[in-house]
Design a binder for this molecule. Structure first.
Ligand code: SF4
Length: 236
């Protein structure tokens, strides 16, 4: 009996497959290919200003943007400012976000960060990393998203999609999100750095997917170093 060919293992979220590092010119060509395909990329989270962006990003940890977008319109209508969010408190925030993962801890963090914004920052979201990372529930990745999207800074927030993609295609292989972030910042052409964060997240989310990359429709395939490219859609 002929044996079925083994399916390639495309890796896991914490241990993605790692390809050899692309030379700088190839890395630039890879990013430029994504740029041409999507000239004006944007975050998929619903937000109105730096405060609602910060809350949406805190809520999005370990859940999808789509799940966050289902509950934030009602939450932001009830509490559009740090003052109103602090007044709502964790108990008042909880019922709005019960459908997303880790909602109890997130409700506590959002109430506490709103209080900190009121008490320490005059009700404004600070535009510097140190102050952002001192807020409850805000780590380096969240700070990077807020600095990039709300303050126009050239930061690279490495989430699970960018971590996987950076390793899998050889753009920025690294053992930790911080290592991948530092390589990407170094390798990305400066004028593309701000938008590269969006291009890479969207590419990882919709094309270079966790379970199996959809290489047959990848606009950057010619520059990718991954050895187990999937060159045709699965037969149904
Ligand atoms: S060719 Fe495949 S593995 Fe490489 S970046 Fe594109 S989707 Fe990912």
């Amino acid at each position: 009996m002929p044996t079925k060919p083994k399916k390639p293992n495309h890796g896991t979220a914490t241990a993605p497959r790692r390809a050899r590092l692309m030379p700088p010119a190839q890395a630039e060509a890879f990013i430029r290919a994504l740029a041409v395909a999507n000239p004006a990329p944007e975050t998929e989270l619903i937000y109105h200003d730096p405060f609602t962006l910060l809350v949406a990003v805190v809520l999005s940890a370990q859940t999808t943007d789509a799940a966050v977008n289902k509950c934030t319109p009602a939450l932001f209508a009830a509490a559009p400012t740090p003052e109103r969010m602090a007044a709502l408190g964790a108990e008042g925030i909880g019922p709005y976000i019960r459908t997303i993962g880790l909602w109890q801890g997130k409700a506590r963090n959002v109430a506490a960060l709103a209080r900190d914004l009121v008490e320490k920052h005059g009700g404004q979201v600070p535009g510097d990393r140190e102050a952002l990372e001192a807020l409850p529930g805000v780590g380096r990745k969240t700070a990077n998203v807020v600095l990039n999207v709300a303050f126009g800074q050239e930061t690279m927030a490495v989430d699970t999609h960018i971590f996987r993609l950076g390793n899998r295609c050889g753009l920025a292989p690294g053992k930790t999100p911080r290592e991948v972030e530092e390589k990407l910042v170094k390798r990305c052409p400066p004028e593309l750095l701000r938008d590269a964060h969006h291009w890479l997240i969207l590419h990882g989310r919709y094309v270079c997917k966790a379970r199996a990359p959809e290489c047959w429709r990848c606009v950057a395939r010619a520059y990718c170093n991954y050895n187990d490219k999937v060159l045709a859609p699965p037969v149904k």
